[in-house]
Design a protein around this ligand. Structure first.
Ligand code: ADP
Ligand code: MG
Length: 698
């Protein structure tokens, strides 16, 4: 009532953190709608929409002092500007500040931009320095132009950089967040003390992070070491630990189908295999069998380097469920991968007189209906496929086990989708991860899972020989490809990101394919990138797998799991731009056959120290866990390489790699809170994870 009266009188009700964003100044329905894409609905959401990083534009860096990979604010006079047409249309602008020069390159530009960047004018630019062929350069920097140097001044403060969405600028977000900071001052919840977490309190920390003062320790902020950041990082990691523990607790409290004969069923599969399992495979099989024999659902992650033989573990678990009279499903992230598993496991099961079922979008109506009917009937079955196995029309009469391959493409949501599929009993869950990760990191990302590790490769592999070559030796690489393809081998040519844009990435891959087709006209060259439709992608991969193409030009989309044993050479362009673990995953695509395989890391000199260390690590070892550990050591605190993992788990400020050292302490704190402070646990989950149901309602 009071609210309605106030509204009639033209007075708005007082704003709180639960007020919808539309009621803030400068945010109409259109802005509010756009912000939904970032999951921002009410004022509180904006408060916890935190800068991922800061840009330091407090001083101009002299051009002579620029280093590759550095983010820098620079200022200089335009000494030359032209448009080049060779290859891609490029606007090239050379600036000079008296100490040295810098090339600015633009692939997308309009006439006005071209006119503005005229010789003699001054430019202030902010961007990442790259080592170009003719010296340092920036590709698509942010920039301003003026007629005099004095009109281009640096900022007084560090500039927070927020995650954005289309149509929303940094300035717009800042304006909204500033309003919410004022509202927050009178919010009781933000003043609630949180035992075990060090000062400053939440509100003080939020103020500093959104609005670094001139006297704030800038170096610490840039490296995420500032006390205010540390406070919120701890809160966020604790919230995730709490959420995942609650999830695990609820899952573990459900009854599951006990499969006491699992170990025997696994022995039966081992007998049927064309090879003997490694010691590590046997150990992990025993761990899985023990879980399956229990009447609580298994929640187990199997980690193993690429090629360590995780499929055997999956197949054994599927068979164990089948032999006990239950149903088991194995889900892979792509059709191609699902098909590959289906073929492998069908072959292994043939001597046992078991025929697995296959389901993916591509499966035709009649066959699909047969599969659905089989799964709906109370009879044992092994089903292998894509997400289609988790979707609505599929009903399982007695699903006892779900195997999920290549976990990092599967979110918590998909795992939760399983709960609806199982009826009264919760299914056992076996999750296979191809990304070997150090223990502390696994404890952050998979706090709800038990972890098994396959730390041994099957015998008889010839390790991949890795070399790092400068782009100047590209001709030698082409000659090598020609010879290898002449001898019946196949080659991956991987193009890496120019920027974080799938579009430019795809363009670069297209350009590379065109160039290689011209340089190697006698070879059949395929192309696969992220902008192709799923079926086009699969068609390209299949053509390569079937030997119809000899060279496959690809972006990093090929990273995940496909087996083409005949492909024994991989060229990775601009290898200096990729992280270690990603390079290792890519390299895992070769070295699968009996022939000696090679991986060529092409790089653009000069190399930065970090890039040099990465390439050196790859040349010296092929052990995925050693590489992951080294990766962790090499990431300077300011680096954001963990973004992919962070993105998966939806963290705002914490980085499970960078902040790994905090985890053991927070695990202990999470136990304390669950025992003594259940209400605070809920509060913190709501604050950081959003809807507590996401974890709790299982
Ligand atoms: P990943 O762990 O990368 O999923 P896969 O399960 O695809 O590895 O196994 C890689 C290859 O090694 C497959 O061809 C598989 O048949 C083979 N393999 C698995 N285990 C063994 C073993 N113990 N001895 C010999 N070959 C094996
Ligand atoms: Mg695999």
């Amino acid at each position: 009532m009071a609210e309605r009266r106030a509204a009639r009188g033209g007075v708005r009700p007082p704003l709180t953190l639960d007020t919808e964003i539309t009621y803030l100044k400068g945010a109409g329905p259109a802005v509010a709608q756009r912000l939904r894409a970032l999951d921002l609905r009410v004022a509180r959401d904006l408060l916890f929409h935190l800068p991922q990083r800061y840009e330091d534009r407090r001083a101009h860096v002299p051009l002579a002092r620029l280093r590759p990979d550095q983010d820098a604010l620079v200022r200089g006079r335009i000494a030359a500007a032209d448009v080049r047409f060779g290859g891609r249309r490029t606007l090239r602008v050379v600036i000079d500040d008296g100490t040295g020069g810098l090339l600015l390159r633009f692939f997308h530009f309009n006439e006005a931009q071209k006119q503005g960047l005229a010789v003699g004018r001054w430019v202030q630019a902010y961007g990442t320095v790259r080592a170009g062929t003719a010296g340092p350069e920036m590709v698509h920097p942010q920039y301003r132009v003026a007629d005099a140097a004095e009109d281009l001044q640096p900022d007084a403060h560090l500039a927070p950089v927020y995650p954005l969405t289309a149509g929303i600028t940094q300035q717009r977000l800042r304006g909204l967040i500033d309003q919410v900071l004022q509202i927050a001052a009178s919010d009781a919840e933000l003043h609630t003390g949180l035992p075990g977490l060090a000062a400053p309190d939440t509100l003080a920390a939020l103020h500093l992070i959104h609005h670094p003062r001139t006297d704030a320790d800038a170096a610490a902020l840039l490296e995420h070491r500032h006390g205010a950041q540390q406070r919120l990082i701890r809160e966020e990691l604790l919230a995730h630990q709490l959420g995942m523990r609650i999830l695990r607790g609820r899952l573990k409290s459900k009854p599951a189908a006990a499969l006491p004969g699992a170990a025997q069923a696994m022995d039966e599969l081992i007998e049927a295999l064309p090879f003997a399992p490694t010691g590590a495979q046997r150990r992990v099989l025993a761990e899985v069998a023990r879980d399956l024999a229990g009447a609580r659902p298994m929640l187990r992650l199997v980690q193993g380097d690429v090629g360590s033989g995780k499929t055997v573990i999956a197949a054994a678990a599927l068979l164990a469920a089948y032999r006990a009279g239950h149903q088991a499903a194995m889900v892979a992230p792509t059709e191609l991968l699902a098909e590959q598993h289906f073929r492998t496991i069908t072959a292994w099961c043939a001597p046992l007189d078991i025929t697995p079922l296959f389901l993916a979008n591509r499966v035709k109506k009649a066959e699909r209906e047969r599969v659905l009917a089989a799964l709906a009937a109370p009879q044992p079955a092994i089903a292998i496929g894509t997400h289609a196995l988790l979707q609505d029309p599929v009903v399982y009469a007695r699903l006892a086990l779900a195997v999920v391959d290549e976990q990092h493409r599967f979110g918590v949501q998909q795992r939760l989708a399983l709960r609806d599929k199982a009826g009264r009993l919760a299914p056992h869950q076996l999750i296979m991860s191809a990304t070997p990760i150090p223990r502390t990191l696994a404890q952050t990302l998979y706090a709800d899972l038990d972890v098994s590790v396959i730390d041994e490769l099957p015998p008889g592999r010839t390790p991949v020989v890795t070399v790092a070559l400068s782009n100047a030796r590209r001709d030698e690489v082409l000659a090598r490809i020609k010879a290898a393809c002449g001898g019946g081998r196949q080659v991956y040519w991987v193009c890496t990101l120019i920027e974080e844009s799938e579009e430019l990435d795809a363009e670069a891959a297209e350009a590379t394919a065109a160039r290689l087709r011209a340089e190697l006209p006698e070879l059949r060259i395929g192309l696969v990138h992220g902008r192709l439709k799923a079926d086009e992608k699969d068609a390209q991969m299949r053509a390569f797998k079937d030997g119809l193409t000899q060279v496959l030009v690809a972006t990093t989309v090929i990273e995940v799991g496909v087996d083409v044993p005949n492909a024994s050479i991989m060229i990775i362009e601009n290898a200096e731009r990729l992280g270690l673990s990603q390079l290792h995953q890519l390299r895992g695509r070769v070295g699968r056959g009996s022939r000696e395989s090679q991986c060529v890391l092409l790089y653009q000199p000069p190399l930065g120290d970090l890039a040099r260390a990465r390439l050196e690590t790859l040349r010296s070892t092929t052990d995925g866990f050693a590489i992951a550990q080294r990766d962790l050591e090499l990431r300077g605190p300011g680096e954001l390489l963990g973004r992919r993992q962070t993105g998966d788990i939806g963290m705002k400020l914490a980085d499970p790699v960078r902040d790994a050292a905090l985890i053991p302490g927070l695990q202990k704190l999470a136990d304390d809170w669950l025992a003594r402070e259940p209400a605070l646990a809920q509060l913190l989950i709501r604050r950081w994870v959003g809807d507590p149901e996401r974890y709790a309602q299982v």
